[in-house]
Design a protein. Structure first.
Length: 643
C-alpha cells in the first residue's frame, strides 16, 4: 500500500476561450477596486495586454510594464513603488513566466491578491516557487504567499505565441510533470496529473506544428501547463530543474534549456527509475522515453543542443560541478561525472540512447514494419496491413511465442494452404472455427434489423450449381427423411420478389456433402432455382443431419488438440440474389437438431433456427411418401441495394 501526503494549493482556475471577459468580475470577487496591471514590454504580448486593459477598464489604477526574465529585485522594487503610489489593492498580470514571476514577487512583499493571466505554458502561476535575481545570482524560494488567488487561462491570448516558443514552453510544462513523477513526494494524484500533462503536450505540439492556430491543441497545452504546474507545486522538482537553473545562471534562455536537457535527464535517470521511465514512454506513446522525447523536439524544430543555445564547451565542467554542489531530490545519486556526461551529450545535441530492453527493440521493430507501409497508395490497404502487423507483433510479444511454436504455426498454415482446393476449403474452415467468418459477417451483412440475418458461406459452396425447376427433387435418390422446402423471397416491406436466384446446398442424412462422397458423379443436394412471380421456390430434398467438419486436416486436428467437438448444427444453406437487392447468404437451422448451442463455426443465430415440421400423409405436390416427411416453410427478406 502506498502511504502519501497530498497538499492541494487553493486556487481558482478559469480556463477556456474568451475567458478574459471574466477578468473584471474575478477582480471584484477578490474585493479589488484599484488594480496594478503587471506586464512586460515587447510586441508579442501587445494584443493580450490591450485586451486585458479593455476588460479591466476603470479598475486599472496603474500599470507596470517592465517585467523581465529572472525577476531581478531592482525591477521588483520599481514596480513596488508604482504599486504603492497607486494604492493598488489587487494585482493582475498578463504575460509569460517572467511577468508572472514579478507578480509573485510583489505578492510576497504586499500580500495583495493576484489574478494571473498566463500567455505561455510555463506553469509558474500554479507553483509556490519564486526565483529572484539579486546581484546577478538567482535564488529560489517557496512560499504559499506567492500563489495567485485566481488564474484565468484564455486560449485566445496564446494564439500569438510563435511555434518555436510554444514548443519550448510546452517542454517547460512537460519538465514539471516528468520531475513530479520522479519525486519522493509524488502520490497517485500527482502521478495521474503528470501523465495527463505529458500526454497532452506530446499530442498538442505536433498539431500546432501543422496548424499554429489550432485552439484545441493550444487549450490542451494550457491544461497541461496548469496540471504540470500543480504537480510541481506538490511534488517539487529535481536534477533537471537544478541543471536548468545552473544553465539559466550562465545566461541560457529558460524554456529552450528545458527542451534540450529534459531527454538527457530522462536517459540518465532511466536505470534508477525504470518504471517511471516506462510510464513516461507510454504517455508520450513512444517505445523509449528519452530518445522518443528527443525525436519529438527535433521533429518540431525545437532546440536539441546547448551549443546552439550559446553555451561554450568550456562552461560544461563548471556547470556540472554547480549541478551537484547543492543537494537536490532525484531518483538515484548522480556524480559530477554523470552530470558532465548529461551536459556533454546535451551540448553536442546527441540523441540519447534508451536502455536496450526487449520491449524497446520490439516496439522499434514494429514501428519499422508499420513505417514500411506508409507509402501505400491505397490507404485502406495500408490500414489493413499495419493493423495486422501491430496485432501480430503484440500477439507474439504478449504470449512470448517461441521459435518452435512459430515454426509449428507456419507448418500448420502451410498444410492448410496445401489442402485447400476448389473442392476443399481448409482456410475457410479455419476462419469459420475461429469465429472470424461470423465476426466479418456480423460487420458486413447483419446491420439491418428488418432483413433476414446472414450466416457464413462455409467451405462447401460450389459456383454454378445445377439449375433445378420448381418442385424438383435435388437429393437424387439419397436415403433420408423427405423434406419439402417452400420458401419465399420478399423485400423488406414484404413484397414478393420474382426472378430471384436461390442457390441451395446441404449435407445428407449422414452429414456429408456431395464433395465428400467420392462415388457421386454429379452434384447432389445442391441446386439453383429461380423464384416465381410470387417470390416462391419449392423443391424436395432430405432432412440434413448435424455433421462434423472435416477432421482429417490441420483444422480438425487443432480442434481435437483443444478438446473441442467438430460438429455443425444441422442446416440448409441458401444464397439469395434478387435483382436490385443485396445478396443474402444464410442458413436455416433445424430447430430440433443437435449442437445448436455449440455449433463449431459459431454460425447459429436465433432467427435462423426454424421448424422443419414433421408431417405424415398428403404432401403439397401430391408426391406419395411413406411415413414421416418434413416441411420447411420460410420467408427471406432482403434489402434493396443502396442508391
Ligand atoms: P517569458 O515570460 O520570458 O516569455 C518569453 C517571450 O515570449 C517574451 O518575449 C514574451 O514577450 C513572449 N510572449 C509571452 N506570451 C506570448 C504570446 N502569447 N504571444 C507572443 N509572445 C509571447 O518566458 P516563459 O518561458 O513564459 O517564462 C520563463 C520564466 O518563468 C523564467 O524566468 C522561469 O524561471 C520562470 N518560471 C518559473 C516557474 C515557477 O514555478 N516559479 C515555472 C516556470 C517558469
Amino acid at each position: 500500500m502506498r502511504t502519501f501526503i497530498h497538499t492541494t494549493h487553493p486556487a481558482r482556475v478559469v480556463l477556456g476561450s474568451g475567458t478574459v471577459s471574466r477578468l473584471a468580475g474575478e477582480v471584484r470577487r477578490l474585493g479589488g477596486g484599484r488594480v496594478l496591471l503587471v506586464t512586460s514590454g515587447g510586441p508579442g504580448t501587445a494584443a493580450a495586454r490591450g485586451r486585458v486593459r479593455d476588460e479591466l477598464g476603470d479598475l486599472v489604477g496603474a500599470e507596470f510594464g517592465g517585467a523581465v526574465a529572472h525577476t531581478p529585485v531592482e525591477v521588483t522594487e520599481e514596480a513596488l513603488a508604482v504599486l504603492r503610489a497607486a494604492d493598488a489593492d489587487c494585482l493582475v498580470s498578463v504575460g509569460g513566466g517572467s511577468t508572472t514571476g514579478l507578480s509573485k514577487a510583489l505578492a510576497l512583499r504586499t500580500d495583495l491578491p493576484q489574478v494571473i493571466v498566463p500567455t505561455t505554458y510555463a506553469g509558474s502561476e500554479a507553483t509556490p516557487v519564486l526565483g529572484e535575481t539579486r546581484d546577478g545570482r538567482k535564488a529560489v524560494s517557496s512560499s504559499p504567499a506567492v500563489l495567485p488567488e485566481t488564474v484565468v487561462y484564455d486560449v485566445d491570448l496564446t494564439l500569438s505565441l510563435p511555434l518555436s516558443l510554444s514548443v519550448t514552453s510546452g517542454l517547460n510544462a512537460m519538465a514539471h510533470a516528468v520531475e513530479a513523477l520522479y519525486s519522493a513526494d509524488a502520490d497517485p494524484v500527482t502521478d495521474r496529473l503528470a501523465l495527463d500533462a505529458i500526454g497532452l503536450v506530446a499530442r498538442a505540439l505536433p498539431r500546432l506544428a501543422a496548424d499554429p492556430a489550432d485552439r484545441e491543441a493550444r487549450t490542451g497545452l494550457l491544461r497541461a501547463a496548469w496540471l504540470a504546474g500543480t504537480c510541481a507545486a506538490t511534488a517539487g522538482t529535481g536534477l533537471h530543474h537544478r541543471l536548468c537553473h545552473v544553465l539559466g545562471g550562465l545566461g541560457l534562455p529558460h524554456a529552450q534549456t528545458h527542451s534540450v536537457i529534459l531527454p538527457h535527464v530522462i536517459a540518465c535517470n532511466a536505470p534508477s527509475a525504470p518504471d517511471v521511465t516506462r510510464r513516461i514512454a507510454r504517455a508520450l506513446d513512444v517505445p523509449d522515453a528519452a530518445s522518443g522525447l528527443y525525436d519529438l523536439v527535433a521533429s518540431l524544430g525545437g532546440p536539441t543542443s546547448l551549443r546552439a543555445l550559446g553555451l561554450p564547451e568550456s562552461g560544461l565542467a563548471g556547470a556540472a560541478g554547480l549541478g551537484v554542489a547543492a543537494p537536490y531530490p532525484n531518483p538515484g545519486e548522480r556524480t559530477v561525472e554523470d552530470v558532465l556526461h548529461v551536459l556533454t551529450d546535451a551540448w553536442h545535441g546527441r540523441r540519447p540512447h534508451g536502455p536496450v530492453t526487449t520491449e524497446a527493440v520490439l516496439a522499434r521493430l514494429t514501428e519499422q514494419v508499420v513505417d514500411s507501409f506508409a507509402q501505400s497508395p491505397d490507404p485502406r490497404l495500408r490500414d489493413l496491413l499495419t493493423g495486422l502487423v501491430r496485432h501480430l507483433h503484440a500477439y507474439v510479444a504478449e504470449l512470448d511465442v517461441s521459435q518452435a511454436e512459430w515454426s509449428h504455426a507456419i507448418g500448420f498454415l502451410t498444410e492448410t494452404g496445401q489442402l485447400s482446393s476448389p473442392a476443399r476449403q481448409e482456410f475457410v474452415l479455419l476462419s469459420d472455427v475461429l469465429g472470424i467468418s461470423s465476426a466479418v459477417d456480423v460487420l458486413t451483412n447483419s446491420r439491418t434489423p428488418d432483413t433476414t440475418p446472414s450466416a457464413v458461406l462455409g467451405p462447401f459452396y460450389v459456383e454454378g450449381p445445377p439449375e433445378a425447376p420448381h418442385g424438383s427433387v435435388i437429393s437424387a435418390g439419397l436415403p433420408g427423411t423427405p423434406l419439402w422446402v417452400d420458401v419465399t423471397v420478399t423485400d423488406t416491406a414484404g413484397e414478393p420478389l420474382g426472378d430471384a436466384v436461390v442457390d441451395v446446398w446441404q449435407a445428407d442424412e449422414d452429414g456429408f456433402y456431395d464433395l465428400q462422397l467420392p462415388d457421386l458423379e454429379e452434384p447432389v443436394l445442391r441446386a439453383r432455382l429461380r423464384t416465381d412471380s410470387e417470390g416462391r421456390v419449392t423443391f424436395w430434398s432430405i432432412l440434413p443431419s448435424h455433421y462434423p467438419i472435416p477432421g482429417d486436416g490441420p483444422v480438425g486436428r487443432m480442434l481435437t488438440a483443444a478438446d473441442r467437438h467438430h460438429y455443425r448444427a444441422p442446416h440448409v444453406h441458401f444464397m439469395v440474389s434478387a435483382p436490385g437487392h443485396r445478396r443474402l447468404i444464410t442458413q436455416l437451422f433445424v430447430s430440433d437438431g443437435a449442437h445448436l448451442d455449440s455449433d463449431t463455426v459459431f454460425g447459429v443465430k436465433d432467427p435462423l433456427v426454424v421448424d422443419f415440421a414433421p408431417r405424415t400423409g398428403a404432401t403439397p405436390d401430391g408426391r406419395v411418401v411413406d411415413g414421416e416427411w418434413r416441411l420447411l416453410n420460410h420467408t427471406f427478406r432482403v434489402a434493396a441495394l443502396a442508391g
